[in-house]
Each structure stands twice: as C-alpha cells, then as structure tokens.
Design a protein around this ligand. Structure first.
Ligand code: ZN
Length: 410
C-alpha cells in the first residue's frame, strides 16, 4: 500500500494558511477560531470517508474508521506556539489521517484510530500536553479551574465556550481506560539538527529526555554604582556571571549528552546606576538518563553555592520541576528498526530532547515515536521546514509500520 503523498502535502499546505498571524509563521492556539477551522477541515475528510469523529470534554478529538477496535492510537496535536512553524504537530495528525484514508482506499481493515491531543504546546495556559495529561490522569477535575490563560479565563470556561464541556462525559472518560490499546504512535518533526546534518530519513525515538529545573536566587548588597568602591562589594550580578559559565562548563564536561540552559534571569531592582540586590535565574538540566541528570544537578548546586560563598552573597536554590526520562517500548523500537532496514531507509535510533503527548501514554501502552528531519534543525519559528520527500517518507513509514503490526496480530 502506498500513501497518496501529494494529497498529504496538499493538506499541509492548505492548513498552513489557517493562522492568526498571516505571513509571520503559524499561530494557532487551542480553543480559538483557527483551532476550530482545522477541526472542521478534519471533520470534512471524516464525513467523506465515513469515519466517526468524537470530541471529549477537554477537546481531545478521536477519528475512527467505522469498524476499528482502537487497538492502535496514532496521534499528535494541531495547536502551535506563537509565530511557530507549519509542521509541528499537524504533520503527525495529517499523516495519521492519510494512513486511515489509504487503508480505506485499499479496502483494508484497520484497528487504528487517529487522536488529536488538545493544547499540547501550552500556549494558552503555560502548561504543556494538557489533553494527554487529562487522558492519563496527571490532570484531574481540579485542574479545570486551576489552569488559566493570561486573561484569567479558566480551562473550564474555554471548554464551555467551545461547546466541548460535558460533566458526565468528563467523569466517565477520564482518566482513559487503556485496556485493549496495544500501541500508541506519534510521527513528528525532529525539531533539532541531528537528522538533517546526518542526511537521515527516519528517526526512531528511544528515550524522551528527563528534566530537572532549578531556580537560584543570589542576594547581595544593593548600593550606589558610583559611591561604592569595587573592593568589598557583594554583587549578586558578578556571582551570576560566574555561575553562567560554570554551569555551561559542567554540562560540557559531563560528556554524556547532558544539556543545561539558563533561559530566564531577573535582576532587581534593575537600574543602570545601582548595584543589584538580587539576581534570580533558572537552570534547566536534561538528559536521557535520570542518573546523569541528577549527577549534573548535584554538581551545579555545588558550584552555584561555592560561587556565592566566595563572593559573600546569599544563595537559595529551589527545585521547580522534575520529570523522569521516558523510554519508549523496546519492542516497538526493535520492530521499527527492522522495518527501516527492510526498506533500505537511512535511519537511526535517537533520543528526543522535547517531550510529546505519546510519551505521556508510554506507562500505559507500548508507545513509540518516529521523527523526520527538520531543515537546519529549526522549529517553533516561521522557518521550520522539512523536504517534501522526507514528509512523504515518514508518513509511508508510519503506514507500513501499522500495517505490518496489524498483519502480525492476526
Ligand atoms: Zn509538537
């Protein structure tokens, strides 16, 4: 069976136009008019093919061929970041749709369903993977009011406005019962430079990086920039500067794929003629091994404290987030590897530095992910792109994998 590559590309080009920021990348937030228009696009195809389409109480959408028993979930998301790219999420969704259409066109039965996970990017509420977190019970009823957008509108209000909310459905559907679900799969762009630089077609994802985020506060002595001699200052900014390079050095020296990022810093009071009294910053540390991540966290804590001590600056370190690395199913990785070999594809087994909805499902079913290259490794920007051939190759691989797995289950 071959997918209709042109049909998939045509869908993606058409959907690229559904954005709140024409000419400036794709901006498609959950629970908005743009989001509704993409859902309508999917509904139109579903009607054409006689697929059943259901939306649950938090806005996850499920599209099933009439006689599918839903043993295989294929899914991704349709929302984007602000001024994001045209492929993140929607590529996996439309490839899943193309897979269902190809089965149908060829009169082949499938037990697959297509899942569109709601609010993956966290653009509205600042919290990622909202839909899949409800499905897996990480979010519960209390979070419906807790999650709020910038205007203080709660998730629950958004759901009511969109017409998704149904209290009885919510009580029944969450958390999801994974009985009978054999596999959950997601096809996604890599969003990093590895595959493009190595000329690969298919990435088979091994492990999603775990993450530990620290917040550090250095407090010194605020004072006049002119009247305070250099000697004897207790300047938290100087300590911060030293910490930045020390943290980078620790990650580089670890040599085991650990990455550490300082993405946020606040200087107080923030005047050009004032020695700051505090500098507060975050450190985001990730790797594919919990042990390596924690080892780096330990070293960073140590270094950050020592720098403070040497400069007579007070130091408080808080843990603000901590998530384990998530390995995908060994069986799925083995089967995907065999399929890539069989088809003579340029592939590699690799880790994902970004988290995805399907990783949330990994504790409940055999989960797996497929990557296609991102040109120059760019994503979450308007320049995000992938060669047409690679887009088609990834979608074909997804179909081949599902078809082979279903054949084997018979
Ligand atoms: Zn994504």
């Amino acid at each position: 069976m071959r997918i209709n590559g042109q049909r998939l590309l045509d869908d993606l080009y058409a959907l690229r136009e559904i954005t709140a920021t024409p000419g400036q990348g794709v901006t498609r937030f959950s629970y908005t008019e743009e989001d509704r228009r993409v859902r309508e696009y999917l509904a139109r195809i579903s009607r054409e093919y006689g697929f059943c389409m259901e939306t649950d109480a938090v806005g996850n959408m499920r599209i099933s061929p009439p006689d599918s028993n839903a043993a295989t979930i294929v899914g991704s998301h349709i929302d984007t970041v602000r001024n994001g790219g045209w492929l993140d999420g929607i590529y996996g969704v439309m490839s899943g749709m193309e897979m269902l259409r190809t089965f149908s066109d060829n009169g082949v039965h499938t037990d697959a369903v297509l899942m569109i996970y709601a609010e993956e990017e966290g653009s509205v509420f600042g919290s990622t993977m909202t839909g899949s977190k409800f499905l897996t019970g990480k979010y519960t009823a209390g979070d419906l009011n807790e999650l709020k957008d910038e205007q203080e509108t709660s998730l629950l209000e958004h759901l009511k406005n969109c017409g998704y909310w149904d209290e009885d459905d919510f009580a029944k559907a969450f958390p999801m019962d994974f009985t009978g679900v054999d596999t959950a799969l997601e096809l996604h762009i890599e969003q990093g430079p590895v595959m493009d630089s190595e000329g690969l077609q298919i990435g088979i994802v091994d492990t999603v990086f775990g993450m530990h985020v620290l917040e550090v506060e250095y407090a010194g002595l605020g004072n006049h920039a002119g009247a305070s001699p250099m000697k004897g200052r207790r300047d938290p900014m100087s300590a911060f500067g030293e910490a930045v390079t020390a943290i980078e050095r620790i990650a580089l020296d670890a040599g085991n794929g650990v990455v550490a990022t300082i993405g946020k810093a606040a200087v107080s009071p923030g005047g050009s003629n004032v020695i700051p009294d505090t500098v507060k910053f975050t450190v985001d540390i990730r790797s594919n091994s919990n042990e390596n991540t924690e080892d780096a966290v330990c070293r960073i804590r140590e270094a950050v404290s020592e720098i403070a001590k040497a400069r007579s600056v007070a130091c408080v370190i808080r843990d603000v987030a901590d998530s384990s690395a998530i390995p995908f199913s060994r069986e799925v990785i083995r089967s995907m590897t065999a399929l890539a070999e069989e088809n003579g594809l340029a592939y590699r087994v690799m880790d994902s530095g970004a988290v995805h909805d399907t990783a949330m499902l990994a504790p409940y079913t055999a989960a797996g992910m497929i990557f296609v290259p991102s040109i120059d490794g760019r994503s979450h920007v308007p320049e995000e792109n992938t060669k047409e051939d690679d887009l088609i190759c990834g979608a074909q691989f997804l179909l081949d994998y599902v078809a082979a797995a279903e054949e084997q289950r018979k």
